[in-house]
Structure formats: C-alpha cells, structure tokens
Design a protein around this ligand. Sequence first.
Ligand SMILES: Nc1ccn([C@@H]2O[C@H](COP(=O)(O)OP(=O)(O)OP(=O)(O)O)[C@@H](O)[C@H]2O)c(=O)n1
Ligand SMILES: C[C@](O)(CO)[C@H](O)COP(=O)(O)O
Length: 256
Amino acid sequence: MTAVKTYVAVVPAAGIGSRMQSTVAKQYLTIGNKTVIEHTLDALLSHPQIQSVVVVLHPQDSTFASLRVADSPLVDVVIGGTERVDSVLSGLQHCLRKVPSSLHSWVLVHDAARPCVTHSELNDLLSCENTCDGAILAVPVSDTIKRATQSEKIATFEIAETVDRAQLWQAQTPQFFPLQKLIAAIQLAQDSGIKMTDEASAMEHTNASIQLIEGRSTNIKITRPSDLALAAFYLSNNISSNMNENSKQGGNRCSV
Ligand SMILES: Nc1ccn([C@@H]2O[C@H](COP(=O)(O)OP(=O)(O)OP(=O)(O)O)[C@@H](O)[C@H]2O)c(=O)n1
Ligand SMILES: C[C@](O)(CO)[C@H](O)COP(=O)(O)O
C-alpha cells in the first residue's frame, strides 16, 4: 500500500477580531460545544493527510492553553505578530526550525476563523501538489461588484464604477505552497513594502503559477457578528460530511 503523503498546517490565530465587535476574540467564540478554533483544528486534524498543526497565537493569548486540543501532540504553538502575514511567517519559520528537511515540503496555511472547511475541499487542494507552484481555495464572485468612492457630502460611500466580475474570485484558505519558497516570497515582499493579506499575494510577485481551486461558499471566514450564526448553520451540516469522508478514506484520525 503506498504511503499517504502528509502535511503540516499553519493556523494563524493571533488576531483580535476587531470587526467582530466582541469582547472575546472571535477564534474563542463558541459554536455548539466547541470554540471556533477547536472546530477549525478538528476539521484539519481529522483529515488523514494533515500530520500536525502550528497554531500562531497573540502574545497575550491566555485562552488557548485551557483548551483540550492544546495538549495534543499534533499541535505546536508559536507567537504571532502585528499583521496576519507576520503571524504566518512566524508559523512557517517554526516548521522549518522543527523539521529542516521540510524545506521543499508543501505547507498549508488556514485561518483559525474558517471553521467550516471540509475534507472534500482539502482533498481538492492537496491534489494540486506538483501540478503548479501553489494553489488556494477560492470561489468565483457571484454578486455584482462595485468600486466605491467616499462621498464628500456625507460620510457614506457612493458607486464609482461597476467592476467586470467575469475574472474575479474571492480567495479563501487553506492556501498551499512549498514551505521554503513561501518563506522567501513573504520575506522579499515584506522587504519591498508590499502589503499582503494572503500568502498568494507574496507568491504572485515571484511569477509563480498559482492555481485557483474552486471551493465552497460555506468556507466562510468569521469576520463580522452575523457570520457566527451562519458558521453554526454550516457546521451543523459540515461536521457530518467530514466524519463521513474521513471514515470513507479510512482516515486514522479522530477529532482531538
Ligand atoms: N496579526 C494577526 C492578524 C490576524 N491573524 C489571524 O488571521 C486570520 C484572518 O484574519 P482576520 O479575519 O482579519 O482576523 P482578525 O485580524 O482577528 O480580525 P480583524 O481584522 O477584524 O481584527 C484569523 O484567524 C486571525 O486570528 C493572525 O494570526 N495574526
Ligand atoms: C487570507 C484570507 O482569508 C483570504 O481571503 C484573507 O485575506 C484574510 O484577510 P483578513 O483581513 O486578515 O481577515
């Protein structure tokens, strides 16, 4: 039987969730009997091809250590930085320090705030290794897109133009790249003062061929208050599909 290739996932979880308008950081809000981050880590660690995760925490995070998942041998913790990209880089550099031979291995980066990712989407993404220079989950834009302009009269926004959406996709995570190339690309982009809101932004400056893998609109990033109820609704369906898929694959992982 051929060995199943496994990967490390870096999970940026060092944000403060300001747009959530909650006193609790959104990764620690609860859905059902678990926090958002526990749902996310369960979705990742129950996939047979995800060997471990590196969770990147805020320097003042005093919550994660109290979660049962924090005791898992499959979970490493590092401290993040001011911007998401700084946190991601911290996680990637930990991967390299821990396993120097993983220099050319591919790595996943997945937002802690995206708990609804399914094994089916992970399978589609992981199958891209070596067919391109990297791949991300994304969904084609379905709404009409307007470019906004701040109106002088009142502090609102007005339509500046309608943007052709034929070639517009909404990037999600996980994003999947060779570890060493991603580290180098992020460091080069940072040195060049390039703003990065995702990993692909950095790799795009290395003329890498990055594949858009059509994911699902249910793989939402919990960002604003209304997203929590939506994620809870999706999770009430996704969990069963992940467990079914995991057993289908003969997965050897159960939720931690
Ligand atoms: N300095 C940062 C900022 C964000 N993140 C993580 O990156 C993911 C996506 O970021 P976002 O949705 O923007 O989270 P926040 O930065 O917490 O939200 P906000 O921008 O509303 O403050 C989240 O899991 C968040 O915890 C991180 O690890 N380090
Ligand atoms: C990485 C990401 O989730 C892709 O859509 C998004 O860019 C994160 O942005 P945020 O402002 O850090 O939430």
